[in-house]
Design a protein around this ligand. Structure first.
Ligand SMILES: Nc1nc2c(ncn2[C@@H]2O[C@H](COP(=O)(O)OP(=O)(O)OP(=O)(O)O)[C@@H](O)[C@H]2O)c(=O)[nH]1
Ligand SMILES: [Zn+2]
Length: 367
């Protein structure tokens, strides 16, 4: 048995490194690259990347998603992404402003941007999936350079074999149950909290089991995505807090049910990015437009996690409490039968009315 980290461990290291501002090397069959997150890289390492680019003739670009490129009015020749050429005098300020929409409106004349065209973009695509998984802004500095793995080894940086990383990111290994204990709650004396831990070092998720639902019948279930602002603070901008409470109360009344509390804050973009989206919403963009301007899709959640936890708990069929048709579709695709949709209507406020209307109009939510 080897003590060496496998690809899952290396991916977790890569996410942590990117979050701390460290570059990571991607080593592919067709090429290699040093990549660093636009949000976290600091000036000395940016200077080193630039020096390496000058010395070696490697192309240094800023990879952004096609969503962000659209806001920047940059050409996305690579379908889902664009490789922006770094101007000679581009400093950290330029990089951060290109990555982040915070000052898009105060400084609307960003650019013009020049995008690279042709060549292999697989490493750029992998870099963007990695930075999204690290819950950072989806923008990555990429130095295309065959010598990247050797330089990374020398510097003690994480080296990711690209093809293995792509394959591992496509696979979702379901989190495993770590512990469970009785927790009586307002909604039910017979509450039990289970903690699930993914093997890939990412966030833990929780299941709240009410009573003892039989495993051979469809269980009343809700997949709730974490919303710190709504669940904990009682934010009026969304309906998450009231939905959580109403679901638990309904479950308590039914006597047997399961609620998954999935730590996929902000529909999978993380709290920092959700707060960036909220700033954009204060500038007049709706919830979907805000995600796009940041460079994300409307919904970045991985629903395989919820389905995996349900199956691990022994549930193969659910009566799903949701207004989101995508959740029903995803459950079915992940092999969990949805025998019924149980509507969940609560929590409309003056402040979240527009948010709920946008979800109905753009994301197909049933009102
Ligand atoms: N990115 C982003 N996320 C938001 C915003 N408002 C709420 N959220 C997140 O949206 C998620 C809400 O998820 P759910 O409660 O599962 O809601 P849903 O997908 O609309 O589906 P149902 O409630 O089941 O009908 C939580 O993770 C919130 O943090 C927003 O304006 N932007
Ligand atoms: Zn919310």
């Amino acid at each position: 048995m080897s003590l060496k980290p496998d690809i899952i461990h290396l991916l977790a290291r890569a996410r942590a490194d990117l979050a701390m501002g460290l570059p990571v090397a991607l080593s592919g069959a067709e090429g290699a690259a040093l990549v660093a997150a636009a949000e976290t890289i600091e000036a000395p390492r940016l200077a080193s990347l630039r020096a390496l680019a000058n010395e070696t003739g490697g192309a240094l670009s800023l990879a952004v998603t096609a969503r962000r490129a659209e806001t920047l009015k940059a050409r996305a020749y690579d379908n889902d992404l664009a490789r922006l050429v770094l101007p000679k005098d581009a400093d950290l300020k330029w990089i951060r402003a290109t990555a982040s929409p915070e000052d898009d409106l105060v400084q609307p004349m960003k650019g013009p941007f020049r995008s690279l065209r042709g060549g292999d973009v697989r490493l750029h695509r992998l870099a963007l999936s990695l930075v999204k998984a690290a819950r950072l802004l989806p923008a990555m500095l990429v130095l295309d350079w065959p010598g990247a793995p050797a330089a990374a080894r020398e510097a003690g940086l994480t080296i990711l074999p690209a093809e293995a990383a792509e394959a591992a990111m496509r696979l979702a290994s379901p989190p495993h149950g770590v512990v469970s204990a009785r927790v009586p709650i307002v909604a039910s004396q017979a509450g039990r909290v289970h903690v699930f831990r993914p093997e890939d070092g990412s966030e833990e998720h929780y299941a709240i089991e009410i009573g003892a639902p039989p495993r051979d019948k469809p269980v009343l279930a809700r997949l709730h995505s974490a919303c710190f602002t709504g669940d904990v603070l009682g934010s009026l901008k969304c309906d998450c807090g009231p939905q959580l409470n109403a679901a638990l109360m309904q479950m308590g009344a039914a006597g047997a049910a399961v609620l998954l509390y999935l730590n996929q804050e902000g529909r999978g973009i993380g709290l920092a990015n959700k707060m960036r989206a909220y700033s954009l919403q204060d500038q007049g963009f709706d919830t979907v437009e805000a995600n796009h301007r940041l460079g994300f899709e409307d919904d970045e959640r991985d629903f395989r996690i919820g389905a995996g936890i349900l199956r691990k708990m022994g549930f193969g069929a659910v009566r799903l409490m949701t207004n989101n048709p995508a959740k029903i579709e995803m459950m079915r695709r992940c092999g969990v039968e949805v025998t019924e949709r149980v509507p969940l209507m609560v929590g409309e406020t003056a402040q979240n009315r527009a948010y709920l209307a946008t979800k109905a109009r753009k994301s197909g939510h049933m009102l």
